[in-house]
Design a protein around this ligand. Structure first.
Ligand code: ATP
Length: 142
């Protein structure tokens, strides 16, 4: 048995259409969350976050802000994994949704108001809460 560290990065991607704001969610084994994935050894967290959003969902995005990290533990075989996920607020720039079938079951833009009840993990809800705060500021300045 060993304790291993894992570092991932991902994005809370928003898309504005008129007054409405949509958030990109992924679904995996009936759990909803944000697109994310492993940070490679030579890669910056920001680059990993953008790459993973693109790879998992097909979406091109631009980083607007940093939202903090989420930390959790899980078991993988006989190993215990201590994981950190770094999240960025991102604006949708283009690309059709195309879920990476080996990694996730679905990806979709969901109305901002419906996101909180869908998210499976409380720690993701905290990240989302901060994203909403920052988005409200963005809307004021636009
Ligand atoms: P990545 O997308 O970073 O490559 P992964 O798909 O291999 O990661 P995780 O999504 O980290 O793996 O899931 C590994 C385990 O941790 C699963 O059992 C999952 O249910 C759990 N998990 C995922 N996100 C959270 C979270 N925010 N809080 C607590 N547990 C989580």
């Amino acid at each position: 048995m060993a304790v291993k560290w894992e570092f991932s990065a991902g994005g809370v991607v928003y898309k504005k259409e008129g007054d409405k704001i949509y958030i990109l969610l992924i679904r995996n084994k009936d759990r909803y969350g944000f697109p994310k994935g492993n940070v490679e050894r030579t890669e910056k967290k920001e680059d990993a976050a953008l790459r993973e959003v693109k790879e998992e969902t097909g979406v091109d995005a631009e980083i607007k802000d940093y939202l903090g990290n989420v930390e959790y533990w899980y078991r993988s075989g006989t190993d215990t994994i201590h994981k950190f996920v770094y999240y960025y607020l991102m604006e949708y720039k283009g690309g059709e949704i195309q879920p990476q079938k080996e990694e996730i079951e679905a990806a979709e833009f969901v109305e901002l108001e419906k996101v909180n009840e869908l998210l499976s993990f409380d720690k993701d809800k905290k990240v989302f809460e901060l994203a909403v705060k920052k988005l409200t500021d963005v809307s004021k300045s636009n």
